[in-house]
Design a protein around this ligand. Structure first.
Ligand SMILES: [Mn+2]
Length: 336
């Protein structure tokens, strides 16, 4: 643990000890890492006698609900956000690099006057004030949180172990992505020792495809494009198609990773129309291909091999602009 991280870890622990009422949150469309980390932290804090609430911008995908303890299933509601944040001494923000990733919760979080702790593994700096516990070498926020809990002398109970294991398994694609390190496996091993049921968790996280999702996927994969001798793959997903298939946001989770896993593909891009004037772009890459820089050009960010951007522009225009930039990055490489 670096000096800065140790300092931030100590400051975070002091705040967690001091606070009586704590609200935990994560990014829009919470994923396995966000939910798993929240649940693990909530368990630990409740074990310390704290009053803890999880308040998210959206509800948790079905496949992560097995981890939940009192996560409000309907997701965001302005009244409950105001009530919970109004009473909280401390807001813990997990797996987020920028406040905009809080979506409908952003304005509430910005207006919040209490203490804030951010625990995250994305590239910084954070846009939040307060204590920033950041480790970009961690494969998942769950991995970082596990390191912190051990550092803090916490007892990792079986429900905490399950939640952290799910977080790490999710963000590493089942320990397959390039963010996976020996440290990741050591954390996983410790969590198995602490009671995480590997088969059950992986089955829930990776093998719970709904019929809706299967139908959607069959249509989505009918529409992928390959360019640059098969090194660049992309899919543009209209909201009409999503609606026709009766699909929700969580049903397309994993699509961009599957696209990346096609033979020879070095960069995969998924364009998703949120509404007629907004588009979400997800980037994945292999090896040395850096998509965080590409995402950064469009106001987004992330990691070298996994990044995203949200643009308030129509799908067709975003597809054109982002593909032009992606092709350019392949062209630069040819010249270089
Ligand atoms: Mn994460």
């Amino acid at each position: 643990m670096s000096g800065d991280l140790r300092k931030a870890s100590k400051a975070a622990l002091d705040l967690f000890r001091w606070a009586e009422r704590i609200v935990i949150t994560t990014h829009v469309q919470p994923d396995g890492d966000g939910i798993g980390s929240e649940v693990a932290l909530a368990h630990w804090l409740r074990d310390q006698g704290k009053i803890v609430d999880i308040l998210n911008p959206h509800s948790a995908p079905r496949r992560f609900r097995f981890l939940e303890i009192d996560i409000p299933a309907p997701g965001f509601e302005p009244a409950s956000a105001e009530r919970l944040l109004g009473a909280a001494d401390l807001l813990a923000v997990l797996d987020i690099s920028v406040p905009a990733r809080l979506g409908p919760l952003e304005t509430h979080a910005r207006a919040y006057g209490g203490e804030i702790v951010v625990i995250d593994h994305h590239l910084g700096p954070t846009g939040f004030r307060g204590v920033d516990v950041r480790d970009t070498s961690a494969a998942a926020t769950g991995e970082l949180l596990h390191t912190l809990l051990v550092e803090w002398g916490a007892e990792v109970t079986p429900p905490m172990a399950a939640a952290l294991y799910a977080a790490i398994a999710y963000d590493t694609g089942g320990f397959r992505y390039s963010n996976t390190t020996a440290r990741t496996h050591r954390a996983a091993a410790a969590l198995i020792d602490a009671g995480a049921e590997v088969h059950e968790i992986n089955q829930r996280v990776f093998e719970s495809v709904s019929p809706t999702r299967a139908r959607l996927l069959s249509r989505v994969f009918g529409e992928f494009h390959l360019e640059e001798d098969g090194r660049l793959a992309w899919i543009a997903l209209s909201s009409d198609l999503m609606e026709e298939a009766g699909a929700e946001a969580e049903d397309v989770e994993g699509v961009v990773e599957a696209l990346r896993s096609l033979e020879h593909v070095e960069m995969a891009i998924l364009f998703k129309e949120i509404d007629k004037g907004a588009t979400k772009v997800s980037f994945r890459s292999a090896g040395e291909v850096d998509v965080s820089r590409l995402a950064g050009r469009f106001g987004g960010g992330g990691h070298k091999n996994a990044a995203g951007a949200f643009l308030k522009r129509p799908l067709a225009i975003v597809v054109e602009d982002v593909l032009a930039a992606a092709r350019e990055s392949f062209a630069v490489e040819r010249v270089g």
